[in-house]
Write a protein that binds this ligand. Structure first.
Ligand code: ARG
Length: 585
């Protein structure tokens, strides 16, 4: 593996060196280099620096220019305006850098991050015996992408699917099953759809009895106590609900083309044995106090409507532990046993108050500190095309699978229209990759904290910022490479480049910096925006620069080389978002 220094970083380094040579008293000064339309780069930092040190900015800029000798890297550097520098790099430097990236396999010359730790990502956390909804879709899609991105930077990641597998509703469900045996088929005899429809039926039926029959309600309440005290028969039945639900979850994750590992499904119940100790530690340290029989944590800045403080409830007055206690125990486990340095939660923004309180309580306990930090990547609501929270026409929540099936179906129409040489089987396979990619990309290309519109027409559109557009760009390149036959891509650094080739090349060179930034800020949309721009720059290149009919054999090879590295960057970038790039479309 050979990491490649980007041209931005090389130019930045030269400027910084020349700057500190011209102005030793400034120490390590930042020339503030940006990509620019006028030249390749513009440096704005000299102006501010000269002003601060009461010098003449243009003079300082001129001095910096004369201190730079790097003919192989810099073609042109000039002082502009009140003291900016415009910098153009050589064609040769661009091609050489890309050639070094091309020689580095899948990593494309991208170095690992300097500070690497262990991140536990809490994502894709549906609830047992309940249908997954579009909110769970977002957590799964965003979490999966972040995980790929962090892995790529060299971070060690551990997934935690904190499924809702505990709580009083299990008393009702289990009691119903005891009184109506045979309503759940064994988990190994059903597929995901059957599992969910059985669970739904049991859920609805038990709810109906629970609401109508006071005596059943009492038996269900006793069943909760039996569950909590670890009664064998009760636990076995509880396990059946969990197993049955997992069959369903896995079928959805498979539909989402997402790898979920069984050992990383560690739900609320997994922390049961820790709860009492967590409560004791909180109480002994004084972080939690008894209030009206419950054990709670108060916060100065968290108040309800009537200005009354809203506490975090660790233990209810009846002795029961809830959502907060399991999350606090999970933090202890993730910090102490999993040795994580970062805890990342991908959870609906509507739970942000819960996490704010949980994190603050954990900080007071010292479980979170300067070495271990926690973030909730709260994501916004999924809206329908009409801009209102996503519902069916009948006003019911939309079943996640129906949604995914419809996306694949729409994608099949698009693929079929374009496909000339594809068999029906190939069309179905592409439709799956295009449809699921469309759903993921639409989610990932908007900043996660914003609400986003689930609009299938827009998602599978060939024009605009969609995954299909990117997938087509990729497939088109593959078709060019196939057409090239015996002629293989090869870099020719001695060749002069067209403006469109330069623009494409400089953007390709910025892949690593983009991934680093997007992963560091937990911002997949920045990677999506980069890839969209890459496809656009490729399109302009392709419009302006004939590839197979270029002027000379060397130019044909060099342009094929640009095509090839564009395709590889698209492929890798899309893979980091969890999206496939079919070879043919
Ligand atoms: N199961 C929860 C829900 O569906 C999300 C769990 C989020 N993770 C956590 N550690 N609390 O709302």
């Amino acid at each position: 593996m050979a990491p490649v220094t980007s041209l931005t970083a090389s130019v930045h380094q030269r400027l910084a060196d020349a700057l500190s040579a011209a102005l030793p008293e400034a120490g390590a000064a930042d020339p503030l280099l940006r990509r620019s339309d006028r030249a390749d780069f513009q440096a704005n930092g000299i102006l501010a620096l000269a002003k601060k040190l009461k010098g003449n900015p243009r003079e300082l800029a001129t001095q910096v220019v004369s201190g730079i000798t790097a003919p192989e890297l810099i073609k042109d550097i000039e002082v502009s305006g009140p003291g900016f520098l415009n910098i153009t790099v050589t064609d040769e430097a661009i091609t050489r850098n890309l050639a070094a990236r091309a020689a580095d396999g899948e990593r494309l010359g991208v170095p690992y991050a300097e500070n690497r730790g262990t991140t536990v990502i809490d994502y894709a956390q549906p609830n047992v015996a309940k249908e997954m909804h579009v909110g769970h879709l977002r957590s799964a899609v965003i979490g999966d992408a972040l995980r790929h991105m962090l892995d790529f930077t060299g971070e060690k990641t551990i997934g935690r699917h904190h499924i809702g597998d505990w709580g009083t509703q299990f008393g009702m469900l289990i009691q119903y099953l005891i009184e109506n045996p045979g309503r759940l088929a064994p988990a190994d005899e059903v597929d995901g759809e059957q599992a969910m429809s059985n669970l739904n039926r049991v859920y609805k039926a038990s709810r109906a009895v629970f609401d109508a029959d006071e005596e059943f309600k009492e038996r269900a309440r006793k069943r909760v106590v039996a569950l909590q005290s670890g009664d064998k028969e009760t636990l076995d039945l509880w396990q059946r609900f969990v197993d049955e639900s997992k069959v369903y979850f896995f079928s959805v994750f498979e539909k989402l083309d997402m790898e979920v590992r069984d050992e990383e499904i560690v739900g609320e119940s997994a922390y049961n044995d820790m709860m009492a100790e967590t409560a004791r530690l909180l109480e002994e340290s004084g972080v939690a106090v008894r209030s009206e029989g419950a054990l709670v944590v108060f916060f100065d800045d968290i108040k309800g409507k009537d200005d009354k403080p809203v506490p975090l409830i660790v233990q209810k007055a009846d002795g029961g532990f809830g959502y907060a206690a399991s999350d606090l125990s999970a933090i202890r486990n993730r910090v102490v046993d999993l040795h994580s340095t970062t805890l990342l939660y991908v959870v609906d923004v509507r739970q942000s108050l819960h996490f704010k309180m949980v994190f603050e309580a954990a900080r007071r306990m010292g479980w979170l500190n300067d070495e271990v930090t926690a973030h909730n990547m709260g994501y916004g609501t999924v809206l329908g095309a009409d801009g209102k929270p996503f519902k069916t026409r009948e006003g019911e929540t939309v079943r996640l699978e129906d949604l995914l099936d419809e996306a694949v179906q729409r994608a099949a129409e698009v693929v079929r229209e374009k496909a000339r040489d594809l068999t029906e089987e190939e069309i179905q396979e592409r439709a799956f990759q295009v449809g699921i990619g469309a759903v993921k990309y639409a989610d990932l290309s908007t900043s996660a904290n914003r609400d986003y519109k689930f609009d299938l027409d827009q998602m599978v559109s060939l024009n605009g910022d969609t995954s299909v557009y990117l997938q087509y760009a990729y497939a088109r390149i593959q078709s060019i490479l196939r057409k090239a036959g015996e002629v293989r891509p090869a870099a020719h650094p001695e060749l002069a480049l067209d403006a469109a080739e330069r623009a494409l090349g400089l953007h390709l060179d910025a892949f690593g910096a983009t991934v680093t930034e997007a992963a560091g800020e937990y911002a997949p949309h920045k990677l999506a925006a980069y890839l969209y721009q890459l496809a656009s720059l490729y399109t302009s290149f392709y419009d302006k620069c004939p590839v197979l009919k270029a002027d000379t054999p060397a130019q044909v090879e060099n342009r094929l080389f640009l095509c090839d590295i564009t395709a590889r960057t698209l492929h890798q970038g899309m893979a980091l978002l969890g999206i496939r790039t079919p070879e043919r479309l």
